[in-house]
Design a protein around this ligand. Structure first.
Ligand SMILES: NC(=O)c1ccc[n+]([C@@H]2O[C@H](COP(=O)([O-])OP(=O)(O)OC[C@H]3O[C@@H](n4cnc5c(N)ncnc54)[C@H](OP(=O)(O)O)[C@@H]3O)[C@@H](O)[C@H]2O)c1
Length: 352
């Protein structure tokens, strides 16, 4: 074994998943390709990471086909994605072999990172919890709800994709704040789960009578809508917003596979004007300098049993495309993760 390395790079390849073609509608397996290359060596200031857990994010679908807050992926490029990794070799990086780090290692077994581009992870829970409630989507929920929405106790908070990675943390956190929480999700099984997690009311957004079901669930109107989806659901919730209400624009998944849902809903700007509704977007990266402090707060909620981590772990890097396709269709419950190497969680829900 090469001195100072945790792996033997001469006997190990780096399996990768690449963008094979740009999707224009529903995502398919043939939009991805796979290859295997040599494990790279770190240069000065770099670390070589063995990626243990990969975060599957709806945004990856957008990164494949358009310029967003990051450049569009190019053909043949490794799929971008957040990873929890172990340092297996390093070169004057300040990190030690064996350390755990969070970064953007992508859909591959090994990745190089500059020391300033990763965050150290102090392990206190199973790895899946570090990538779900304490990971990128837990932080998104925290900053979107607490900083952008800032609801007061007693406020009615509605959250879409409520059984997903971001939504479940938004709902559980809003309950801790003392809000009345209404969750939207796409199946009875997910609605049952949300009720068990303590949501005050739940509504299936696929219900053709969505507006009246939501009005019944929110007898005092909606003070804060945490919008993970955009599209027709946003249009419906907008019509129920209270005066001086707030819409936290987190994402627009309804339009990622279906561009016809990516248009502005009716009611903008009319409802915003007449009801003085604030609509504000944000990116979790806006708060990167505060991630450690937020992670402490979320860890406290988890330790005290106030927030239950919710994640689904799928085994094997090769299953990452299937995991993203499934996520866009609502197959996931909680944070969707792919285990690339090693033990991830004793408590995770595993897909049969
Ligand atoms: N602003 C930021 O910094 C930031 C950071 C991370 C994520 N995001 C955004 O946050 C949102 C949630 O991401 P996530 O990672 O937590 O994913 P997620 O909620 O775990 O998974 C997506 C869920 O969305 C639901 N969904 C899919 N299509 C839908 C549609 N047309 N209408 C309503 N619901 C639909 C599905 O559940 P159902 O079974 O209920 O349909 C699916 O499980 C995404 O829009 C993402 O882009 C933003």
């Amino acid at each position: 074994v090469t001195a100072g390395w945790l792996i033997d790079p001469s006997t190990q390849g780096n399996r990768r998943i690449l963008l094979a073609s740009v999707p224009s509608g529903e995502l398919r397996e043939d939009h991805f390709a796979r290859d295997e290359v040599a494990v790279p060596s770190p240069e000065a200031g770099e670390l070589l990471c063995r990626n243990l857990v990969l975060s599957i994010d709806p945004a990856a679908r957008a990164w494949m086909s358009q310029r967003t807050y990051r450049a569009q992926l190019s053909m043949g490029e490794v799929m971008a994605g957040y990873t929890l990794s172990q340092v297996v070799a390093e070169c004057h990086s300040g990190y030690a072999v064996g350390d755990l780090v969070f970064g953007q290692g992508g859909w591959q077994q090994f990745s190089l990172a500059r020391a300033e581009d990763v965050h150290p992870v102090r392990r206190r829970f199973d790895l899946a919890t570090h990538m779900s409630t304490l990971g990128i989507t837990g932080l998104t929920a925290y900053f979107g709800l607490v900083r952008v929405g800032a609801p007061k106790p007693g406020a009615t908070v509605v959250v879409s994709a409520a059984a997903g990675a971001t939504g479940n943390v938004v709902g559980q956190l809003a309950r801790v704040i003392g809000c009345r929480v209404v969750g939207l999700a796409g199946s009875d099984a997910k609605l049952g789960l949300l009720t068990r997690l303590g949501f005050d009311a739940v509504v299936n957004y696929r219900d053709p009578g969505l507006r009246s079901a939501l009005r019944d669930a929110c007898p005092d109107g909606v003070d804060l809508y945490f919008d993970n989806v955009g599209g027709p659901v946003l249009a419906t919730v907008l019509s129920l917003m209270n005066i001086h209400g707030c819409v936290v624009c987190c994402g627009a998944i309804a339009g990622y596979d279906h561009p016809e849902n990516a248009t502005s809903p009716p009611g903008i700007p009319g409802i915003l004007v007449t009801r003085r509704v604030r609509m504000e977007g944000f990116l979790v990266h806006d708060y990167e300098h505060e991630w450690d402090a937020a992670e402490e707060i979320l860890a406290g909620h988890v330790s005290r049993g106030e927030i239950e981590p919710l994640h689904q772990v799928i085994d094997g890097l090769d299953n990452a495309p299937k995991a993203l396709i499934g996520l866009l269709a609502g197959a996931n419950v909680g944070k969707c993760l792919v285990a690339i190497a090693g033990e991830v969680s004793g408590r995770a829900v595993r897909r049969p």
